[in-house]
Design a protein around this ligand. Structure first.
Ligand code: CA
Ligand code: CA
Length: 419
């Protein structure tokens, strides 16, 4: 580990050192089950359609947080050879206690060493846990390590200098470590002290994807500590003052009254269109020394999760994602792909239209929307990978733009909390 890298990754080391590895298999109120996301066929009655409300947010306190892209893969099996770890941050933005029930869903294939396929399907294994945050409390954990309740962790201080103090402060609760070679999503739902869903809009979150070890694959190097960061997608609970939430296990996102949602929406709906501004696949980076531009390359990876999810029952489902791509000359291209429960893909792998030879311009905008009104909405995040033409790869995550609201609404179904 050379000096410069050491300095660059000081934060990472502070998080990664200590007793962290012992936290695998942490004990706590953690349950495990296999889950599949569900599509609930929604019959939208036009006459009952409510006025359009606000959209999902990445900057306001919310009652549901979705972290679409969470990866803990020390071997790089799922990430083209480059190891990745994720740090989750969640804050209570209010002046009162906040509780949340969180779900990891592991979308890694059964055998992460083999490519996914019909004989190596995703695991869809779900792990849930609870967190408690005091007023205005931020917290964090490293996904591959989890976090245990340990008040004896060293406290941070300037004098004497104790700068390596992971997990200091109020622990939010016992957080399980994900298994190695994990990829998938994290969903945190605000609840009351008894575990019933609540529209408190107290939570915000961020995820940081970080490279835990310098790695070179086929002459391309990603440096230690290379990071990208995005904000969790927040779904705002409606009518916090009167609490429109009936507190049952079905969370109604947008839409009108329907089976399971007798009073209609309890939360904002998911967007009608998700918009990503991106480089064409295999496009070069313009802001480089002229000699490097020709060898540079940008790839865009998009991660999507359907808004309708069933953590209780096991109903397989998927959404057809339609792409409408506009290049710099406003030429229109279209394509589609299918997202089952959770999907991450390079644009160039999803459809050939994203290639620069098709688009003809360096930049493009893609609008993504569900294939039909009966299909669930979805949210996501994108990540750009820049090869600087000298063999150094870097990454940057981007929150996606959203537009409109799904008329039929979505539903998240959570399991009953064990007493
Ligand atoms: Ca602690
Ligand atoms: Ca409900």
């Amino acid at each position: 580990m050379c000096g410069a890298e050491e300095e660059q990754s000081a934060v990472w080391r502070a998080l990664a050192t200590g007793d962290a590895t012992e936290e695998r298999g942490v004990k706590g109120k953690v349950s495990l089950r296999v889950v599949r996301c569900a599509i609930v066929t929604l019959v939208a009655s036009v006459s009952l359609m409510p006025a359009l409300r606000a959209e999902v947010t990445v900057e306001r306190g919310s009652s549901i947080l979705i972290f679409p892209k969470v990866i803990s893969d020390p071997d790089g099996l799922l990430t083209r050879g480059f190891p990745v770890e994720t740090i989750i941050q969640i804050s209570n933005t209010s002046n009162s206690l906040a509780f949340a029930h969180c779900f990891y869903v592991n979308a890694a294939p059964l055998d992460p060493r083999q490519p996914p396929g019909p004989f190596n399907p995703p695991q869809w294994q779900e792990v849930d846990f609870d967190i408690v945050l005091t007023k205005q409390q931020p917290t964090y954990w490293v996904v591959g390590q989890g976090r245990r309740v340990d008040p004896t962790d060293p406290q941070c201080s300037r004098v004497p200098a104790v700068l390596n103090c992971p997990n200091a402060g109020f622990d939010p609760g016992a957080i399980p470590a994900v298994p190695p070679n994990f990829q998938g999503q994290l969903v945190c739902i605000e609840v009351d002290a008894a575990g019933a869903p609540l529209n408190g809009n107290r939570l915000k979150g961020e995820a940081t994807l970080i490279t835990p070890a310098a790695t070179t694959v086929q002459g391309v190097t990603m440096r230690l500590g290379e990071t990208s960061k995005y904000n969790a997608v927040g779904i705002v609970g409606l009518n916090t003052d009167t609490n429109s939430n009936d507190g049952d296990l079905r969370l109604c996102l947008g839409g009108g009254p329907r089976p399971g949602c007798p009073s209609g929406a309890e939360y904002n709906g998911c967007p009608d269109a998700v918009i990503v501004n991106h480089f064409a696949e295999r496009a070069t980076m313009p802001a480089l020394p002229p000699g490097d531009i020709g060898n540079s390359r940008v790839d865009t990876e998009v991660t999507l999760v359907p808004c309708t999810q069933d953590f209780e029952n096991q109903l397989p489902g998927s959404v057809v994602v339609q792409f409408r791509v506009t290049n710099e000359f406003e030429n229109l291209f279209s394509a589609s792909t299918t997202v089952t429960c959770w999907s991450t893909f390079r644009l160039g792998d999803a459809a050939r239209v994203f290639d620069i030879s098709f688009l003809g311009t360096r930049f493009a905008q893609t609008r993504m929307f569900p294939g039909g009104p009966e299909q669930p909405g979805f949210v996501g995040v994108s990540e750009e990978f820049y090869n600087d033409g000298r063999g150094v790869l870097s990454r940057a995550a981007l929150n996606l733009h959203v537009e409109g609201e799904r008329p039929g609404g979505d539903m998240i179904t959570i399991p009953e909390v064990a007493p």
